[in-house]
Design a protein around this ligand. Structure first.
Ligand code: UDP
Ligand code: MG
Length: 312
C-alpha cells in the first residue's frame, strides 16, 4: 500500500467537547488539499470519554485513527507516540483544542515546499492567551536562551510540520524527559517559522496545570543546560570567599577587644551557608533524578486501546 502523504497528530487529554469540531474543521481544510492524509488522535489517558469519540470518528471516517494511553503520560510523550505512529511523508503536530487553527496547515505545507524540513510556528499573542501565560513564557524562554546553547522563541508552540527525514531524526533521540521544542531546535536541518493567530480554546480549560507547567519548564532548562550545575559551584565559591573575609574581620575585632555577642551574625552566616548548600544539593538532585530516569529506560508509554485508519 502506498503511504499517505500527510499525517496530522493531535495529543488529547480530556478534550471530549472539542474533538468533533476539531475533526470537522480539519476535514474541511484537508479535503481541499490534493494529497492523501491520515488524522491520528493520541489520547493521553483521558477520563472524559475522549477516546470513545475518537472510535466513533474512526467508524465514520476511515482516515481517522487513534491510540489510547494506559494513563496520562504527558503532552510531550503523546507527541512522540503520534510521531511513531505517523506514516506520512509530512507530519504535522497540533493541539486538539482548536487553538492551533487548521486553516494554517496549507501555509505550513507551502513553506515546506519552499525547501524546509521543519516548519515551526510562532503564536501572535492576543487576548486568547492569558496574561500570566504570556509573562511566564517570556521570562522562561529568556532564561532558557541564556542558560543553554539552543535558542527558542518565546511564543513557540508544538504546532509544527516535519518531513520524514526530520521525524526519523526526532524518533532517534532516546531521551525520556522530552522537551520537544528544544529537541527540534537542537536537531538542525532547514527550519522555518511562520506566525499564526492563536484562537481561544473551543471548549474546556487548559490541561496544563501549574505543576505540569513547572515540570515542563524544569525539563526545558535541565535537559538543555549544565549551567545550573556550574552556577551552584560558582555561587558556593563566592559564599566561601565572603565567609573568609568575615572570619578575618571577626578575628580583627577579637584582638582589639571589641568582642560582640555575635549571635545575629553567626546565625546569618549559618543560615546563608545552609541555604547555599541546600540549593546546590537541590540542583544536583534535579540532574540525578533525570539520570535515574534515563538509566531505568522504561518505555515512554503504554497503549491500552487502538483504532487504525485504513491509511495506516
Ligand atoms: N495535553 C496532553 N496531555 C497533557 C496535557 C495536555 O495530551 O497532560 C494536550 C491537550 O489535550 C492539548 C495540548 O496537549 O491538545 C495542549 O494542551 P492545552 O491546550 O491544555 O495547553 P495550553 O494551550 O493551555 O498551553
Ligand atoms: Mg490549548
Amino acid at each position: 500500500m502506498q503511504s499517505p502523504k500527510l499525517s496530522i497528530i493531535l495529543p488529547v487529554f480530556n478534550e471530549a467537547p472539542n474533538l468533533v469540531k476539531m475533526h470537522q474543521e480539519l476535514m474541511v481544510t484537508l479535503e481541499k488539499l490534493d494529497t492523501s492524509f491520515e488524522i491520528i488522535f493520541v489520547d493521553d489517558g483521558s477520563s472524559d470519554g475522549s477516546f470513545d469519540i475518537v472510535k466513533q470518528l474512526n467508524q465514520e471516517n476511515n482516515r481517522v485513527g487513534g491510540i489510547s494511553f494506559s494513563r496520562n503520560f504527558g503532552h510531550q510523550i503523546a507527541i512522540m507516540a503520534g510521531l511513531e505512529k505517523a506514516k506520512g511523508e509530512i507530519v504535522i503536530t497540533m493541539d486538539a483544542d482548536l487553538q492551533h487553527p487548521p486553516d494554517i496547515i496549507p501555509k505550513l505545507i507551502a513553506k515546506h515546499y519552499e525547501g524546509y524540513d521543519i516548519v515551526n510556528t510562532r503564536r501572535i499573542d492576543d487576548e486568547s492567551i492569558s496574561f500570566f501565560k504570556k509573562i511566564t513564557a517570556k521570562y522562561f524562554y529568556k532564561l532558557i536562551n541564556v542558560l543553554s546553547d539552543i535558542q527558542i522563541e518565546a511564543a513557540a508552540a508544538d504546532f509544527r510540520l516535519m518531513n520524514r527525514k526530520a521525524v526519523n531524526a526526532f524518533l532517534n533521540i532516546p531521551e525520556r524527559d522530552r522537551f520537544t521544542r528544544g529537541l527540534v531546535s537542537w536537531m538542525g536541518f532547514n527550519q522555518a517559522i511562520i506566525p499564526y493567530q492563536a484562537r481561544k480554546r473551543f471548549a474546556g480549560t487548559t490541561k496544563y496545570s501549574f505543576s505540569k507547567m513547572l515540570r515542563f519548564a524544569m525539563d526545558g532548562i535541565i535537559s538543555f543546560s549544565v549551567r545550573p550545575l556550574k552556577l551552584s559551584f560558582f555561587v558556593g565559591t563566592i559564599a566561601i570567599i565572603f565567609s573568609f573575609l568575615y572570619a578575618i574581620y571577626a578575628i580583627f575585632k577579637y584582638f582589639w577587644g571589641e568582642t560582640e555577642p555575635g549571635w545575629a551574625s553567626l546565625l546569618i552566616s549559618v543560615l546563608f551557608l545552609g541555604g547555599m548548600i541546600l540549593m546546590s544539593l537541590g540542583v544536583i538532585g534535579e540532574y540525578i533524578a533525570r539520570i535515574f530516569n534515563e538509566v531505568k529506560a522504561r518505555p515512554l508509554y503504554f497503549v491500552k486501546d487502538e483504532v487504525k485508519s485504513d491509511q495506516l
